[in-house]
Design a protein around this ligand. Sequence first.
Ligand SMILES: NC(=O)c1ccc[n+]([C@@H]2O[C@H](COP(=O)([O-])OP(=O)(O)OC[C@H]3O[C@@H](n4cnc5c(N)ncnc54)[C@H](OP(=O)(O)O)[C@@H]3O)[C@@H](O)[C@H]2O)c1
Length: 341
Amino acid sequence: MTASAIDRSGARDHGAPRARARAPRVVRVALAGCGTVGASLVTLIRRQRALFEARHGVTFELVRILVRDPAKERGVVLPRHLLTTSMDDFLRTDADVVVEAIGGFDPAERVVREALAAGRHVVTANKALIAAHGPALQRLADDQGASLQFEAAVGGGVPVVRTLRGELGGHGVRTITGILNGTTNFLLTAVAEGTRFADALRDAQARGFAEADPSRDLNGLDAADKIRILAWLAWGVDPSTLDVRVEPLPADPDPLAALAKARDGVLKYLAGAVRGDDGTVRAWVRPVIIPRDHALAAVRDEENAVHIDSESLGLLRLQGRGAGGSATASAVLGDLLGAVR
Ligand SMILES: NC(=O)c1ccc[n+]([C@@H]2O[C@H](COP(=O)([O-])OP(=O)(O)OC[C@H]3O[C@@H](n4cnc5c(N)ncnc54)[C@H](OP(=O)(O)O)[C@@H]3O)[C@@H](O)[C@H]2O)c1
């Protein structure tokens, strides 16, 4: 037995990667947006530094952070010289990877397009942008020899993008069904336990599980963007033209939740997509009463879950924290590593 196979406590090393003798490769990261996701990413990069150096031989160095208000309190200490409000300054920064954590289209789309056009790898958490322009951005990335990663855009910390892009993608996926919106799942979990919807919404906003304006969560457009992205990855359909039949949550879901309870079921807000034998893809988002013993009934609070039925694997179930800064930032960090590999 070699000395390196035994740690100081005398326990055996069961194959954990050994510390690398060589200096880690420095990867320069420019971060656009430092709100819930961006600030959590900064914290995570700092916390995981030693692990990433030892295990992967890389260290992530933040070289520029684009924000609107440099004086804002963000819960993380940021050297002032890293912050900029100038898009031109940000885009000129020599970075290996650009992380886009602004959201929406303007100016997030410009950040992503210009970074890819300059041959930089891009990691984004932006579902609206990927649902609208994913294929075109992917072509741009491919043309430039850059990598476009967007795990955090669907399912927060649940690795569904990686799964569909990897061995499952294009190999006989038949249906995708899931809970893709953490905010509405948080609300419906509280309602199922007896809280009135209006009170649950106030609580969710106070605890950061719902935005001040939660309309895209409640009207199903957020989940529709996500199911579009999954349908693109599974079947190659253009997400921007895929017709998703969206039924919003009722303005007051309490009576429907009470009906679900009377039937020994649970009210969930589900999204799904199916490919027919003729190759057409149908997608939907709607409130559904499911049996209490259904696997999706056990998905609580801000959790997300995706069930993928495929010819090769049968039913695959993925479940985990679908929203919140740290779960989303952990998906972004995984993408950073994927990008530089
Ligand atoms: N939060 C989640 O749980 C979650 C989960 C999955 C995916 N996502 C996605 O992650 C992305 C970021 O979400 P978030 O919750 O972190 O948003 P957020 O808290 O609102 O943060 C947005 C950041 O972007 C900056 N920003 C906005 N407009 C800007 C502009 N014109 N110029 C420069 N900076 C600008 C803001 O700067 P200031 O701070 O100076 O205002 C802020 O730092 C979105 O695409 C979202 O859909 C979020």
